[in-house]
Design a protein around this ligand. Structure first.
Ligand SMILES: [Zn+2]
Length: 498
């Protein structure tokens, strides 16, 4: 879809009515960034050690819609999504394969970025890697410097096991984001936890810097901390929580407007980010608005490996073809982020059909407009769409407005009453919808092969015709290494993004 140069929204009016549900205060609040028109946004990105499951993709699509809509409202958005490339799971899985941490995480980061592209996400301004921020550089503190600040201010200590922990009882509002009772918390906060993930029942001092153990292999940094006036070399690695506190302040400053993530990150991850950032800098708030999307269900059930309903984007593309990623995006946008999205194959099939109808409607409106200037025909719909989006990103309500416009246009075209100017207005409206929701209307998600990739595909076709299965497999692997999946069907080879 070509970019539109006209912004059909009444920008100032729309900006002023945006409301978001803030997890910290547990209520709807009018969104007011610290330094408009600038808006700084941070979303916790993937831990790159495996395929991202559809539950996480749901979160990343929600992040993308928020960023897109803020931009549509005229905000100057700076969006950071981190890539966690060191943590407990990465060390466990890369060691099991005997693969170097850096190579292992780069491989999975590429799979992630290919998926993000297939889902039509607008690129973030920065995708920082955790391991690039262990030590500070370019005037920004790293993890080692932030941990030192926490030690200096009495919020951290070196424990008997050689690791440095955050002292939870030293932070007066600990538990606020997660809605934890402070008294209960103090009773439970006597122990220590070195694992990156734990639940609310095991609140404890958490690891900021984990002292080296042989299982870490060569994943370690030599950091020197000043503890009780004495320089101490502590070979080790950062905990997961400190990574996001450091990357957000390094790229966006001490106070950010909006922080997003899935509801599973509220505790302990985001609670710990607040405790670290506010205690280290002394600046409150670290984050003005916290937004969390709910978990996705599969056929009404929680997704889990044991139930066999643990799907990745590959599964969706395998089921629905190259349009699968786009259909998944439509299905995700159809649910409000704070309600539970219920994923089903029936839902994917229906979304695919709806998208095909929208593509067709857009093409018809463009053809009917034949270059005419847009009338005011969709002004009301534009207002209704904006009102839905501004009501805490009610994307399902916004899509209902889109369906009304498409239905009205269809019947008006059938009756011969739609003027070219009205059709132009309809097309302009759909272009605005597309920028906001990233549905990529009128653009199929066909894989764009480079000439070299096409040559590999052709060679594989020839190898298969000659029944040279070894060569055919070799070429399939070569394409897979470039992020292209090949499937053999009765009509020959079909390709999709991995
Ligand atoms: Zn994070």
């Amino acid at each position: 879809m070509p970019p539109s140069h006209t912004n059909p929204l009444s920008v100032s009016a729309s900006k002023d009515t945006l409301e978001v549900y803030n997890t910290l205060t547990r209520r709807l609040e009018r969104f007011a960034p610290a330094h408009p028109p600038k808006v700084t946004i941070y979303a916790c990105g993937p831990t790159v050690y495996n395929h991202v499951h559809i539950g996480n993709w749901f979160a990343f699509i929600f992040n993308d819609v928020v960023v897109r809509w803020m931009r549509e409202l005229g905000y100057d958005v700076e969006f950071v999504m981190n890539v966690t490339d060191v943590d407990d799971k990465i060390i466990r899985d890369s060691q099991a394969l005997g693969e170097d941490r850096a190579a292992f995480t780069e491989r999975w980061a590429k799979v992630f970025f290919d998926g993000l592209k297939a889902l039509g996400a607008a690129p973030a301004n920065h995708y920082p890697r955790a391991t690039d921020h262990v030590f500070g550089h370019d005037g920004a503190d790293g993890m080692v410097e932030m941990i030192q600040a926490l030690l200096d201010r009495g919020h951290a200590y070196l424990a008997g096991d050689g690791s440095i922990y955050y002292r939870v009882s030293s932070f007066d509002t600990y538990g606020q984001l997660a809605g934890l009772d402070m008294e209960q918390l103090q009773a439970g906060a006597s122990g220590r936890v070195s694992a990156d993930e734990y639940d609310k029942d095991t609140v404890a001092d958490f690891a900021l810097w984990k002292s080296y153990v042989p299982e870490d292999g060569d994943v370690a940094w030599d950091a020197t901390f000043t503890i009780d006036g004495e320089a101490r070399l502590v070979k080790g690695r950062p905990g997961w929580h400190i990574e996001c506190s450091v990357m957000s302040s390094a790229l966006l400053g001490q106070e950010i407007d909006l922080h997003m993530g899935g509801e599973d990150l509220i505790f302990p991850h985001h609670q710990n980010e607040i405790a670290q950032s506010e205690a280290a800098t002394g600046h409150r708030p670290f984050v003005r608005y916290w937004m969390h999307n709910r978990h996705l269900l599969v056929d009404g059930q929680k997704m889990s490996k044991s139930k066999g309903n643990f799907y990745t984007l590959n599964d969706v593309v395998e089921h629905a073809g190259p349009e699968g990623a786009r259909a998944f995006r439509y299905l995700a946008v159809q649910s409000h982020y704070r309600s539970q999205m219920d994923f089903s194959w029936r839902g994917i099939d229906a979304a695919k059909k709806t998208l095909a109808n929208l593509d067709e409607a857009y093409a018809r409106m463009q053809a009917h407009a034949a270059g005419a200037a847009p009338s005011t025909w969709t002004d009301e719909a534009t207002g209704a769409f904006a009102a839905a989006m501004n009501a805490d990103f009610n994307t399902s309500g916004a899509l209902a407005v889109v369906q009304t416009v498409v239905g009205d246009a269809g019947s008006a075209i059938a009756k011969g009453t739609l003027t070219p100017e009205d059709a132009a207005a309809g097309a302009t409206f759909l272009e605005m919808v597309d920028r906001a929701l990233g549905l990529h209307l009128g653009q199929s998600q066909q894989v764009a092969l480079t000439p070299e990739q096409q040559a590999l595909l052709d060679a594989r076709d020839a190898a298969r015709a000659a029944k040279d299965w070894a060569e055919s497999d070799r070429l399939r692997d070569a394409l897979a290494a470039e992020g292209i999946a090949v499937k053999d069907g009765k009509d020959g080879q079909t390709v999709s993004y991995l």
